[in-house]
Each structure stands twice: as structure tokens, then as C-alpha cells.
Design a protein around this ligand. Structure first.
Ligand SMILES: NC(=O)c1ccc[n+]([C@@H]2O[C@H](COP(=O)([O-])OP(=O)(O)OC[C@H]3O[C@@H](n4cnc5c(N)ncnc54)[C@H](O)[C@@H]3O)[C@@H](O)[C@H]2O)c1
Length: 344
């Protein structure tokens, strides 16, 4: 008798198992990024299903398949299958993103868990931004600027509070003022930090010590003129700044050049494609800074440009933490794959 079972976790189960614990998520993601720098992972590039050229993602959406193996303490293999439909919030009162994560045993390859990954994905994205803030922003940073007041903006702000517990203010701009107003009401209370709507994207950038863009925009918002000495730009989505911003950077740091290149949408890639920068202008991948192979911020004057495209190993890292916690706490339901396989 060789029965096979996996654990099924709903979004509520994921949360009960620690899905909103940003401190733990940042630890898990930092470890995953370190494994990336050491080569202790297997990361096929993401496969994007979309209904036309990249521009159609804004209206018709996409679904990404993101398989990976993460070594180190985690030692799990998995895949995130995540849909994005930017019109969901307005049309259907549903989140833009929705996903499922499957985790497998690296030895038998059998599934260990299937879980909602909507929260896991948002949290690991916040954590990836947060790890960048921790290593790249000026230590005395007090004001965070944000552009885009959606789901990911919430986790970016949660991560900023871990990286900078003494954050004094978050200034946020969204093209839809209602979104930034309600975001500020919710997040001021949750983070115990004053959050105010900015009058413009320019104000959010100029007033900040470090700033994040996390929008669904497909045209540049941030202008090179707005950048000041010592700024850190955490660029989490696609094409949100003019290429001159990239050109102005003293250091360009990515999660993965291979993945940014493969996706082909980020401003850094566009600057490369237009011949404004070459591969040698990419200073580091964040994992190399985490493991001490390269230095992070070296003075208070550098303008550091940090861009992430997202990697499946980050989902496997935090999903594995959730699975472990769920098992400890008896959360979720066990489902059979089979009672006895008919063919071996
Ligand atoms: N780097 C990563 O690993 C990663 C992971 C997940 C999501 N993302 C990206 O993050 C982005 C945001 O995702 P989300 O789930 O928060 O979406 P969301 O729909 O919840 O929020 C997006 C917000 O951006 C605002 N916006 C759109 N255009 C704007 C503009 N020109 N100026 C100001 N605000 C504007 C919208 O009004 C909305 O409030 C998406 O583009 C997504 O692809 C990146």
C-alpha cells in the first residue's frame, strides 16, 4: 500500500499559518535570493500565457507559470500558476492577481501541498522589495514614496516598516484618488505610520528618501529630473519610468538579469535594448549583495536603481514556510492523490 496525500490550504488557511507575517517572509525571501547567488536552485524562466503582444496584458491579462527548485534549508520544488487581470478590481470587485502554488517533494517528486498563492505572491513581492530597501536605501531613511495604491503596495509598505521600523511617513500617489485615499486610511492604522495621498507622482518621489513604483501602468511615470542624490528607487512592475532614470543610476541592482532579459518589459531591459546601457552596467543581483560578494550602498550620495521581475524560488521559499507552519498547527485538509497507484 503506497498511498499519496497532499495538504490543501485555502487563503484563510495560509493566513492562519502565518501568511501575513512579513518578518518571516523577508527571512525566507532573503534566503532564497542568497541561494540564487550561490546557484543552489533550478529556475526555468517563467512561461507567460497571453492573448496578444505585451500591451494586451493591460486589458486581456496573462497567466504565468513559474516552476522552480529551491535548495538550502528549504529543499522543495514547486510551481506557481498565477493569473493577472488588471480589470478585475473595477469590473468584478476581484483582485488583479489570483494564484495557486503546488509544492513537491524533491526526492519522490510527489505533491506535498496545493495552496492559495495570492497572498504568498503578494507577500513575497513585498519582501523582495523590502530586502532591496534594507540593503540599498540610506540607513537614515524616514520617508517612503509610493506610486500605485493597490495590493502589492500594501506589502511593499509592510516590508518597508520591517526594513525601517522608524519610518515616519508614507506618501502615496495613485491615478485613481479614491484608491490612494482608502489605502491611506487602511494602512495608516495597520502600520501605525502616517500615510498621506500625494498630489502627484512627482511629489511622492521628490519628498521621499526611497520610493517604490508598483502600478499597472505601461508608460513612464517617473522622470529623471525628479531623482535626487541618495535616492533609492524600488521598481517592482514593468515600464514605469523613462529610460533616462536607468541611465542616471550609480548602481543598477536586479533580482536576476536573466529573468529581466527574458521578460523583456522592464525599463532596464528597454534601456538595454535601445543601447543606452550594456550588461556591464548592471552592477549586481541582490543575492550577490546579500552573500557579501558585492557591496550594497557605499555612501549617502549614490542613486541606486533596484528592479525585480519576480522569481518562482521566492514563492517556494515562503510557501514552504507556510506548509511547515500549517503542519505544526494542524491547519488545512489532507486530500488523497490515490489510495494505491494502479500501475507502478
Ligand atoms: N516584481 C514582482 O515580482 C511583481 C509581483 C507581483 C506583481 N507585480 C506587478 O505589480 C503591479 C501592481 O500589482 P497589484 O496587484 O498591486 O495591482 P492592483 O491592480 O491592485 O494595483 C495597481 C494600482 O496601480 C494604479 N495605477 C495604474 N496606472 C497608474 C499610473 N499611471 N499612475 C499611478 N497609479 C497607477 C492603479 O490605479 C491601481 O491602484 C502589477 O503591474 C504587477 O504585474 C510585480
Amino acid at each position: 500500500m503506497s498511498k499519496a496525500e497532499f495538504i490543501y490550504l485555502t487563503q484563510e488557511d495560509v493566513i492562519a499559518a502565518g501568511g501575513l507575517n512579513m518578518e518571516k517572509c523577508m527571512e525566507a525571501v532573503e534566503e532564497a535570493l542568497a541561494c540564487h547567488a550561490r546557484g543552489d536552485m533550478v529556475l526555468p524562466s517563467k512561461t507567460v500565457v497571453r492573448w496578444g503582444d505585451p500591451e494586451t496584458e493591460a486589458t486581456k491579462g496573462r497567466i504565468n507559470a513559474m516552476p522552480s527548485y529551491l535548495g538550502g534549508k528549504v529543499n522543495k520544488v514547486g510551481i506557481k500558476w498565477i493569473g493577472s487581470s488588471p480589470l478585475n478590481p473595477k469590473r468584478h470587485n476581484l483582485p488583479r492577481a489570483s494564484g495557486i502554488l503546488i509544492l513537491n517533494d524533491p526526492e519522490t517528486k510527489l505533491p506535498l501541498a496545493i495552496m492559495d498563492s495570492t497572498i504568498i505572491s503578494a507577500m513575497r513581492t513585498g519582501a523582495t522589495g523590502g530586502v532591496g530597501m534594507k540593503y540599498l536605501a540610506r540607513k537614515e531613511s524616514r520617508i517612503m514614496g509610493m506610486i500605485g495604491a493597490g495590493v502589492q503596495a500594501r506589502t511593499q509598505a509592510m516590508a518597508a516598516k520591517i526594513a525601517f521600523p522608524h519610518l515616519e511617513k508614507i506618501l502615496i500617489f495613485d491615478i485613481l484618488p479614491d484608491r490612494s485615499n482608502s489605502w491611506c486610511q487602511e494602512m495608516s492604522l495597520k502600520l501605525n505610520t502616517p500615510c498621506s495621498p500625494a498630489r502627484s507622482a512627482e511629489e511622492a518621489v521628490r519628498e521621499s528618501d526611497f520610493f517604490v513604483t508598483v502600478t499597472t501602468a505601461h508608460a513612464p511615470i517617473v522622470k529623471a529630473d525628479w531623482i535626487k542624490s541618495g535616492h533609492t528607487f524600488v521598481h517592482m512592475a514593468g515600464y514605469e519610468d523613462e529610460v533616462a532614470v536607468v541611465k542616471k543610476a550609480d548602481k543598477i541592482v536586479l533580482d536576476s538579469w536573466t529573468e529581466v532579459h527574458h521578460r523583456g518589459l522592464q525599463t532596464v531591459y528597454l534601456a538595454y535594448e535601445q543601447g543606452l546601457i550594456s550588461e556591464k552596467d548592471i552592477y549586481a543581483e541582490i543575492g550577490e549583495i546579500i552573500i557579501g560578494k558585492k557591496k550594497g550602498r557605499e555612501n549617502n550620495k549614490e542613486f541606486i536603481y533596484y528592479n525585480t521581475v519576480g522569481m518562482g524560488i521566492e514563492d517556494v521559499a515562503f510557501g514552504s514556510f507556510i506548509l511547515e507552519e500549517a503542519q505544526k498547527k494542524g491547519i488545512g485538509i489532507s486530500l488523497p492523490l490515490w489510495k494505491n497507484p494502479i500501475w507502478v
